[in-house]
Design a binder for this molecule. Structure first.
Ligand code: ADP
Ligand code: MG
Length: 700
């Protein structure tokens, strides 16, 4: 028996059995330091190993446990060597398929032996299959108990297995959970929410999310609609709102360098662009420049649909900094995206003799050092990169404006770092760009009255992408012909395979197979491949080749989702589109239709389509308006059948989804007021719990 409370919420993760210094260091990189951090590291999804399914009743797409007897195991040499194992339970057959296997594994699948396995059911060439299932072989029919709860799956990092996650969360659930303090009381909340609170204590809510009992179904968990979910989501949103308020207050107390209102360099760039700004771009640029001229720091959200032209607006604003003899930095969340911006800025700035620097974590030391020196001396005025831009070793001479792309929350992590780096007694202005539209009023409440600029218009001359939806089984051959045809006209093609998670073997495999299939079917065309398991260097190589026209077809897992700008690409094929969310499909499709040629998007699906999937694909076919799509998305959330990383991840939430949970937002400002007036310590504790100390709020 362990004593409840022996492991208090503030204790270090090293107090847990199974966590040595190495694991602790890995967890620290995920910002998990204390036992409270572990308790609030909530599963990203669940698997159901509580029930046994009959093979005869399996449906492709479901992840299930089955038991069967081995009928046949053989290694086949197709395009790829694989081990196929046919099992049967009397109701039907299922094939287990392994691409990577040892001699011992191969031998283990003896005819007549029993196997219990868990995996996703997929449609194979001949029958239903499980690719790389988890399995256990036994000589007797296995009768051991199934799991008592749904199996949580935690977001993780290399070297920390799901098994270990379960082991450490078991410990904190037993010992830390009983002593974790309630920070909000039921009576301090609006009635609709306090019902959810009354129905679920913090402790039972956390217990439910970490270990949902066997009766729960996965769809309900994914829709996050239970009282337990609502309670935690509300707390999380409130914590973020509080921290934003805090950071805004701090920001307003600071001074910023006022920039020049008139920028000759910006005027020159405007002249040299081969397009005119849209009215919307002009309007938001004016809003931004007005702010930049003030000596209080700007904190502005620039939102606009994919392809509306946010980058050039940011670039023009940056030139105001340059002409004010100040430095300016543009940060993107991924290296791929940052590189895209680097190229754009170079192309726009260097003809005017304005140097553009580059800084990413994998930049070679020598080059990095010289960039760092030039930033410290002020010789370099413009720099583009990833989070590396704000690491401790980076010292700016006089940073005036920071632009952060594709981030929904303010770059508060960087805020303090920026001030301490800046030698001047000022903090830089901040512009945050996002393609995820949330209604303006909600953005204002949530972001604590920050300023919002919206580009609500696409550049002229864009022909909307024509979208067709078809069954992969019936039409694949036609689709390959379309690809061939587009390439014959000198166009380029994206072929997108769904991605389950970044490190996922099966997605990578599917993409690899597709690449080989296309290369075989279209021997005259150059086919490239990028997927999440490739090294960044390899990915870059392929992306560069595609961008410069040295590849005709790019097969990719959804890594191209954000930010790639290849105007010559006019056809996109999306496989298993029925399993992707609307927001994701919209982002993906935004990669074509960037040039003057008519572009097409073919959304393939594996029948049969569920009602929700049908509705989603119809929406995609019928509209290209990001706001309409976001609304539909909201209306249809919770179908629980979609793949892919949740939106929460990219927004920096553990649980909340600002679109899905927007009904909670109107309550936040008043709740925050009450808390700050009557229980300021609780407010600080909430921020620490949900937002963490990494933002520096606690010490700020
Ligand atoms: P996003 O808002 O999604 O970041 P980008 O800034 O990448 O969009 O712009 C998409 C493309 O449109 C780029 O190739 C850009 O140069 C181009 N573009 C931007 N503004 C205009 C405009 N006013 N007219 C024509 N093309 C434009
Ligand atoms: Mg962009």
């Amino acid at each position: 028996m362990v004593d409840a409370g022996k492991l208090g919420p503030d204790q270090s993760v090293s107090a847990l059995s199974g966590v040595g210094p190495q694991i602790a260091a890995k967890l620290a990189r995920m910002h998990i330091n204390t036992l409270q951090d572990v308790l609030f590291h909530l599963p990203i999804r669940y698997e159901d190993r509580t029930r046994l399914s009959e093979i005869g009743a399996l449906i492709a797409g479901n992840s299930v446990v089955v038991v069967g007897q081995i009928e046949l195991a053989q290694v086949v040499y197709g395009r790829r060597r694989s081990l196929l194992v046919r099992i049967s339970d009397g109701t039907g057959n299922l094939t287990l398929r392994l691409f990577h296997f040892s001699r011992a594994q191969e031998k283990g699948f003896r005819r007549g032996a029993w196997v219990r396995c868990f995996g996703e059911v997929r449609r194979g060439p001949k029958s239903l299959e499980m690719v790389h299932p988890e399995y256990r072989i036994s000589s007797e029919r296995p009768t051991g108990a199934l799991e008592a709860t749904l199996t949580p799956v935690y977001s993780t990092t290399e070297g920390v297995s799901q098994l270990l996650w379960r082991k450490i969360t078991d410990q904190v659930l037993k010992q830390t959970l009983p002593v974790v303090p309630e920070l909000l009381s039921t009576d301090s909340l609006p009635p609709t929410i306090s019902e959810a609170y009354a129905a679920s204590s913090l402790q039972s809510a956390l217990q439910h999310l970490h270990r949902p009992s066997a009766g729960c179904n996965i769809e309900d968990m994914a829709s996050a609609s239970s009282a337990a979910h609502q309670r935690l989501i509300y707390e999380e949103l409130l914590a973020h709102h509080l921290s934003l308020r805090h950071s805004r207050q701090q920001q307003q107390a600071e001074a910023a360098p006022g920039l020049v209102a008139a920028s000759p360099s910006a005027d020159k760039l405007l002249n040299e662009l081969d397009f005119d700004l849209t009215a919307a771009q002009q309007r938001v640029l004016a809003e931004i420049v007005d702010d930049l001229c003030l000596d209080t720091p700007m904190l502005r959200l620039l939102q606009g649909d994919v392809g509306c032209g946010k980058t050039v607006v940011a670039a023009l604003a940056m030139l105001h900094a340059v002409d004010s003899k100040l430095q300016t930095a543009l940060m993107a969340p991924t290296e791929l995206l940052a590189e895209q911006h680097y190229r754009s800025l170079k192309q726009w700035f260097e003809p005017q003799g304005i140097l553009v620097g580059w800084l990413a974590s994998k930049t070679p030391a020598k080059q990095k050092n010289s960039t760092l020196e030039m930033l410290a001396s002020g010789e370099l005025q413009v720099v583009v990169g990833t989070h590396a831009l704000f690491q401790e070793t980076v010292e700016y001479h006089n940073l005036g404006l920071v632009v952060i792309d594709e981030q929904h929350r303010f770059g508060v992590d960087q805020r303090l770092a920026l001030r301490s780096k800046s030698r001047a007694a000022t903090v830089p202005h901040q512009l945050v760009m996002t393609a995820t539209p949330i209604p303006r009023t909600l953005a204002m409440s949530f972001y604590a009255d920050l300023d919002v600029s919206s580009i609500d218009q696409l550049p002229p001359g864009r022909t909307p992408v024509e979208t067709v939806v078809m069954s992969a089984q019936e039409r694949r051959v036609d689709v390959v012909k379309r690809v061939q045809h587009a390439c014959a006209e000198g166009r380029q093609v994206y072929w997108v395979c769904p991605l389950i998670d970044e490190s996922d073997v099966i997605s990578a495999q599917a993409a690899t197979d597709t690449e080989q299939e296309l290369a075989a079917a279209l021997p005259d065309l150059r086919v490239g491949l990028v997927h999440g398991r490739m090294k960044p260097v390899e990915k870059d190589k392929v992306m560069t080749a595609f961008r410069s026209g040295n590849l005709d077809i790019l097969v990719a897992t959804t890594v191209i989702e954000v930010g790639v700008d290849v105007p010559n690409a006019s056809l996109m094929i999306v496989e298993n589109s029925e399993r992707m969310g609307l927001a994701q499909l919209h982002q993906l499709r935004g990669r074509v239709g960037r040039g003057s040629a008519q572009s097409y998007c073919i959304m393939l699906y594996d029948p049969p389509l569920s009602a929700h999937a049908k509705h989603r694909l119809q929406t995609m076919r019928d509209t290209s308006d990001g706001f309409v799509i976001a609304e539909q998305d909201l209306a249809m959330r919770g179908a629980g059948e979609m793949l892919g990383t949740r939106q929460t991840g990219s927004l920096g939430f553990k649980l909340a989804d600002i679109m899905r949970d927007q009904h909670l937002i109107p309550y936040l400002p008043a709740a925050a007021d009450r808390l700050l007036t009557h229980q300021p310590q609780q407010a600080a504790a909430l921020i620490e719990r949900w937002v963490g100390t990494r933002e520096g709020y606690v010490n700020a």
